[in-house]
Design a protein around this ligand. Structure first.
Ligand SMILES: NC(=O)C1=CN([C@@H]2O[C@H](COP(=O)(O)OP(=O)(O)OC[C@H]3O[C@@H](n4cnc5c(N)ncnc54)[C@H](OP(=O)(O)O)[C@@H]3O)[C@@H](O)[C@H]2O)C=CC1
Ligand SMILES: O=C(O)C1=N[C@H](C(=O)O)C[C@H](O)C1
Length: 269
């Protein structure tokens, strides 16, 4: 039996953190060595696995963190920035699903890939990986059709549009040889006028306990194509992030995506 992979979770008390912990109870590939929460968290110092013999407690401290091989981050931009600094200073691989990242943090993440293996995914579900490929194909095959991306999430989500919606938009824009900076439309209010040909619109729904739904609408005249994905259980994202972490620990420094992992696996199969 190989040594388990020493894992830290950043954002361990959150919705995704808890989904990861539930899977880790049964996953012998990993040893959870650090479970990080915010400085003001009510979970600080409390046991991570209530009822089990392990003594691991939630912590907000990276300074005296134990040795680890990989960090999985689902914390938010502020938490990610701190975890990233720890990973680059100590040569630790980083898997992050945090969305809503600004340009400054994007630049730090890019810089970090010179010294650290970083795998980023706005969505760790296999279905969304396939949806993205299908959308690329459809957007290129129907270049004159209007393209709109609609997403729905639970009412606690802080960023909009979702990271997945933006990633879908970037993929479609790329397939049409344009960019979201040029053609993305995020707000329609009052009297915005007729739809500009070639634009890529985003619409956002928030409420209840929706896990995550994304639809790309390709609207023609007299017909339309709808490409949809519905996540009904957060464990799909958690499972994908654990697969990514197990894969990333053996990689050289660099920037990686879920597609890199899937392509390497299909080459080996
Ligand atoms: N890529 C993907 O597949 C997915 C991505 N996401 C993204 O992951 C992120 C988290 O989502 P979700 O789990 O729903 O969010 P939650 O708000 O439920 O959880 C956030 C967690 O981060 C912790 N946290 C907050 N600030 C810090 C900090 N500065 N340092 C360390 N930990 C911190 C919180 O701790 P506490 O509250 O205890 O202080 C909490 O444990 C979002 O950006 C979301 O969009 C979500 C689902 C899937
Ligand atoms: O915050 C969430 O919940 C989710 N966030 C990700 C996103 O912004 O795309 C992925 C998933 O849809 C759930």
């Amino acid at each position: 039996m190989p040594q388990p992979i020493r894992l830290a979770i950043n954002g361990a008390s959150g919705r995704m953190g808890q989904a990861l912990l539930a899977l880790l109870r049964e996953d012998r590939r990993f040893e959870l060595v650090h479970a990080v929460v915010s400085a003001g968290s009510e979970h600080n110092g409390t046991p991570v696995f209530a009822g089990l013999s392990t003594s691991l407690r939630y912590s907000h401290n990276w300074e005296n963190a134990p040795s680890m091989d990989v960090v999985i981050d689902f914390s938010g931009p502020e938490g990610l920035a701190v975890a990233l600094a720890h990973c680059t200073a100590n040569g630790i691989a980083l898997v992050t699903g945090t969305t809503g990242i600004d340009a400054a943090l994007e630049a730090k993440l890019d810089d970090a890939t010179n010294s650290t293996a970083v795998l980023r995914a706005a969505n760790f579900s296999l279905g969304v990986a396939v949806l993205t490929r299908l959308l690329r194909e459809a957007a290129a095959a129907l270049p004159d059709w209007d393209l709109e991306i609609v997403e729905a999430h639970h009412g606690r989500k802080e960023d909009a549009p979702s990271g997945t919606a933006l990633a879908l938009g970037h993929a479609a824009a790329d397939a049409r040889s344009t960019t979201l900076a040029k053609d993305g439309v995020y707000v329609r209010e009052g009297r915005p006028g007729a739809r500009r040909s070639g634009s890529i619109g985003f619409a956002v729904v928030r409420g209840g306990d929706v896990v995550g739904e994304h639809t790309a609408l390709l609207l023609g005249h007299g017909e339309r194509v709808e490409l949809s994905h519905r996540a009904t259980d957060r464990s799909i994202f958690a499972r994908g992030a654990l697969e990514a972490a197990a894969w990333l620990v053996a990689r050289q420094p660099g920037a990686y995506s879920i597609d890199d992992m899937l392509q390497e696996r299909s080459r080996k199969a």
